[in-house]
Design a protein around this ligand. Structure first.
Ligand SMILES: C[S@@+](CC[C@H](N)C(=O)[O-])C[C@H]1O[C@@H](n2cnc3c(N)ncnc32)[C@H](O)[C@@H]1O
Length: 420
């Protein structure tokens, strides 16, 4: 925060098109539930005259508000997008009061005053860390006050850019050298053997290593979930909720592009987005099929991964607006159980079933696995930590639980089951 908000004469210049686009985007996210990144991508594509600085300023304003929404709403006393953008601009030094007034925002002086007199001690921890009250109370009860605060604080931060090196094209060291040649320092991730981490955002599509299929953006935690499948070359595997295929690509690389890999999803539009990624990665073993396609036989696969749709609480670093979604946890858990039970039919006797989410809520994780095991005595749970240990990864625990404040990854959950 500038020392005296509203009088920061050194304020960076915020141009009218940047201000208008930031306010309009925020309005769409808050009122219509739009996804901020989609909205911004579409706007930047349309407004070709916006350069990288414009885009960076708009993105910083919109995400700055979304990461800190509850605190800013308390200060503003309202949820008006312009008021919230103005507060963010004042605090981050993007604009001062005269500048905001020149941009046409009439409440600039009032917002600067509110900022000056606001007492941060008036905030509850849930407001300070921008978490819905019910979820914060749940984390406090489950993890304890200190861990809940550490988790919530980390979920407010910006995530690093994690990459998975495509072992079909390059080793981690080769990819690291290629990125260094493009001026990017990439550090090996602590747990995932093919992960690299960048600490600044770059346009990946401009990189030769990306265009040549050596690297794919993928959070380290998501890479670890794919490793729970322990896929081997020549196996028959289904990625039951493949979406745009982040984990399908990781599985294909584990399988050295040998065997059968079926990527399914209820939303075939998402699967379409996988096609160019498969081509870039040099993967040929993947068939894209709608969920429960007739040609997929039951009890015919060595392993099935269920990366279930969920609340996404573990990914709030990347999608801060996901906190705004009203959650019906009972309905989500029912859907997750049903998907897991349908997918389980495909597993052959002796085969593996992996249940994964990017949720940090027991109702979507342990409770679903326990309900499934209680109703499917032909499946036994195995030790997820042992599955990873067999691949040289030290993350002990019967179920994989990844937290940003502990592991530096997004939040994830994974459980390993085997059919008798
Ligand atoms: C967490 S996302 C998958 C992300 C993907 N595995 C990845 O790594 O990029 C969950 C996916 O489940 C899909 N889905 C929702 N309901 C489903 C169902 N009944 N059967 C199969 N897939 C479903 C959604 O369309 C969504 O793509």
């Amino acid at each position: 925060m500038p020392p005296n908000p509203g009088e920061a004469m050194s304020a960076r210049r915020l141009y009218p098109p940047q201000w208008r686009l930031a306010c309009a985007t925020l309005e769409a996210v808050l009122r219509a539930g739009a996804a901020a990144d989609h909205r911004l991508h579409a706007a930047f594509r349309e407004q070709r005259n916006m350069g990288s600085r414009d885009r960076a300023a708009v993105t910083a304003l919109v995400y700055g508000v979304l990461r800190d929404l509850r605190r800013l709403q308390r200060i503003a006393g309202c949820s008006d997008a312009n008021a919230l953008c103005a507060l963010q601009a004042l605090e981050s030094g993007y604009a001062d009061v005269p500048h905001l007034a020149a941009l046409g925002f009439a409440g600039a002086e009032a917002m600067a005053h509110r900022l000056r007199v606001f007492d941060p001690a008036a905030l509850t921890p849930a407001e300070r860390y921008n978490v819905p009250d019910a979820i914060y109370a749940y984390w406090q009860a489950e993890l304890g006050a200190d861990a809940a605060a550490a988790l919530a604080q980390d979920l407010q931060r910006q995530a690093p850019v994690d990459l998975r090196v495509n072992a079909l094209r390059a080793t981690r060291e080769q990819a690291q050298r290629a990125l260094a040649a493009s001026g990017l320092a990439a550090m090996p991730t602590p747990y995932a053997p093919l992960g690299l981490r960048l600490h600044r955002r770059v346009s990946l599509t401009a990189l030769t290593a990306y265009r040549d299929g050596w690297i794919e953006p993928q959070d380290e935690g998501s890479q670890l979930l794919a490793l729970l499948v322990a896929a081997r070359p020549g196996e028959r595997i289904v990625d039951y909720c493949a979406g745009a295929g982040g984990k399908t690509l990781a599985l294909a690389a584990q399988m050295q592009d040998r065997g059968t890999l079926v990527a399914m999803d209820i939303d075939v539009g998402r699967l379409e987005r996988l096609k160019p990624r498969l081509q870039r990665a040099g993967v040929r073993i993947v068939s894209l099929l709608p969920v429960d396609a007739a040609q997929v036989r039951v009890a015919d696969f060595d392993a099935v991964l269920v990366d279930a749709p969920c609340s996404g609480t573990g990914t709030w670093r990347r999608q801060p607006e996901a906190r705004l979604k009203a959650l019906d946890l009972d309905a989500l858990a029912r859907q997750q159980y049903e998907i897991l039970a349908r997918a389980a039919r495909l597993v052959r006797p002796g085969g593996r079933l992996v249940y994964a989410t990017c949720s940090l809520l027991r109702a979507e994780n342990d409770a679903v696995v326990e309900r499934f095991c209680a109703r499917h005595p032909d499946f036994l749970e195995e030790d997820a930590g042992a599955v990873l240990a067999a691949q040289g990864i030290a993350l002990p625990g019967r179920r994989l639980r990844l937290y940003p404040h502990v592991h530096g990854t997004d939040g994830f959950f994974g459980a390993c089951l085997r059919r008798r």
